[in-house]
Write a protein that binds this ligand. Sequence first.
Ligand code: NAD
Length: 422
Amino acid sequence: MALNQSIYHSPVFQQACNQFDAAADILGMDAGLRERTKRPRRCVVVSMPVRMDDGRIEIFEGYRVQHNLSTGPAKGGIRFHHEVTLGEVAALAMWMSWKCSLAGLPYGGGKGGVIVDPRKLSKTELERLSRRYMQEILPFIGPNVDIPAPDVGTDAQVMAWMMDTYSNHKGFYDPGVITGKPISLGGSLGRKEATGEGVAWFVKAYLQDFGIKPEQTKVVIQGFGNVGSEAALALYDWGAEVIGISDYTGGIHNPKGIDLKAALDYVQKNKNLQGFPGGDALTNEQLMELPCTVLIPAALERVITEKNAAKLQCRILAEGANGPTTYEADQIIRQRGDIHIIPDVLCNSGGVIVSYFEWLQNLQNYYWTKGEVFDKLYRMLAKAKASVDETAKKYKCSHRTAALVLGIARVSEAKAQRGLFP
Ligand code: NAD
């Protein structure tokens, strides 16, 4: 069946498929295996009646896509966002497959999404929706089947409600069903920081490769949520200056450096950055085009497009978000030749790596120190970086394609060796 007839058909799913094909061409993958490796294995679409605080019943809709189950249980976050679509969740699930495979994790790939603006729900409404979503996907998940985690719009509290719903249904405490939980419920030390910390680790490693020192580094970050704020703090601690941050309300620019602690306190109190007095206000579009050493998109997909790719003024584009660069923008940036892209499947893999550590700790009931977590994390990131750098050189391709070649090869080999069913 042609891709444009697929139930997942959408610009972002097409973007993931175009990226896949570039890597599959290098691997010389035949047409049958190519389609089998590319297409999501299965998806569940659920509708969830939720009683609102005023007594009304509202119906929410959501998805869980399991892209690949051939190399282990599916693994991937749950997004709560008012514009989330099935095609988007499928693309995110596909990227999870390659990310887990590239990092050498014993997982497949999955992703979930609920169409809701969580900012518009009260805490009790959010709890009821989180529990109901878990109830609906419960037959399709489990510590050996599919292990969700947080993503945009969800956090440790949402994971706690979901884990509790699952455990109550099973009749015993089963924390290994979900990662990104609070520490008191089997969460791992370091998980909250892991994705941003990993993004910062790659940024520092590539800056060192290019001979750029911390004091010469100016950082701009789109999306000051979990990933963006943790990356900002880690790069600031290293000695870099963060000169631009933003969220869904717009951006803040301060060429002398933003007071990150003040910004975090402001967001904690006001829920967003709007009106933050520590710099000049600007739009997200203007923020992306600021002159800087490192630009970190850490919000949503498809923010670097053919419209702004030629206008970027950074040396490194570190993809904290999944899918921030369109396929067309990728070609423009490659032709420019002056920007190094650290691709999403490599750049933000610290999150799923520490989720893996959390799952391991839950299964073993044996918990590690933060030092142990970060020590193991850095070793895995270094290994992944070295293999991507080597593959890019070997095939004379972009680092994105190199990362995908490595990630896709393991999944397609597993599918070829197992046979048609997985
Ligand atoms: P989050 O909800 O904590 O933060 C998202 C941030 O983006 C918020 O500050 C929000 O205001 C901002 N934002 C939303 N829409 C925006 C817009 N249109 N323009 C500008 N900013 C906007 O989410 P997160 O967990 O930090 O995830 C961010 C990205 O990182 C996503 O692409 C996610 O898939 C990816 N990611 C997250 C993790 C993780 O562990 N949380 C792991 C890997 C990848």
